[in-house]
Design a protein around this ligand. Structure first.
Ligand SMILES: Cc1cc2nc3c(=O)[nH]c(=O)nc-3n(C[C@H](O)[C@H](O)[C@H](O)COP(=O)(O)O)c2cc1C
Length: 189
């Protein structure tokens, strides 16, 4: 069929956000005033500035993790792998209000380097952040964080990811995940 005859169906505006997926799912760790720790899955997270290094993530204020991030002004972005999809889903479908996510997953909290919030030992990389700005949107808040320090397993990442080794946990939508091909392509311009 010629290209101009291919039918593109109308996508509901709310569902259109999933046209931007798959997104790399991260695990955000946070700690409240009483030193209670928690972890939540966040797929809506992107880099937004180089110097200083800033990231932006969109979080619904009703998440149990949200006031923890706001109170302490610190959080860690932990990078899981595709093999961890079950535990990522658990952190994204169960609330810390009534589940201890560290008890119910393979994840172990470990001290961070600069912030007073734990990292997840089993993740392959970590970005320790402080809250820089919060922008309120109708049903999410956009949290801008400055990366204070970051570190990664050497076989997964040096200056870029080693895609032969790293299989990201990419969220398609609903409870579905995918990952990358091992091949890379460097087009010549
Ligand atoms: C793969 C995946 C990605 C998610 N991404 C986000 C996100 O970007 N922002 C958000 O507010 N919630 C997101 N969620 C939902 C929260 O992770 C979920 O509501 C979680 O239970 C919140 O945990 P908490 O109540 O312990 O903070 C996601 C869920 C899944 C499964």
């Amino acid at each position: 069929m010629p290209q101009n005859q291919v039918k593109k169906h109308k996508v509901d505006p709310k569902q259109s956000l999933y046209l931007l997926h798959p997104y790399n799912t991260c695990l955000i760790t946070a700690k409240d005033r009483n030193d209670q720790i928690n972890v939540m899955a966040v797929a809506w997270i992107i880099p937004v500035n180089v110097d200083p290094p800033l990231i932006a993530m969109s979080i619904r204020p009703e998440r149990y993790t949200y006031p923890m991030i706001k109170e302490r002004g610190e959080f860690v972005v932990n990078i899981p792998t595709f093999m961890q999809a079950r535990d990522v889903l658990f952190c994204g479908r169960r609330s810390g209000r009534n589940h201890d996510k560290f008890q119910n997953t393979q994840y172990t909290p470990q001290n961070a380097r600069k912030v007073n919030v734990p990292i997840i030992k089993e993740c392959i990389a970590h970005l320790e952040c402080k809250v820089e700005k919060i922008m309120t949107l109708p049903d999410h808040d956009l949290i801008i964080g400055e990366v204070l320090t970051a570190y990664a397993l050497e076989d997964y990442f040096i200056e870029l990811y080693n895609i032969e080794k790293y299989q990201p946990c990419l969220h398609i939508g609903k409870n579905l995940f995918t990952t990358c091909l091992k091949e890379t392509l460097e087009p010549k311009l």
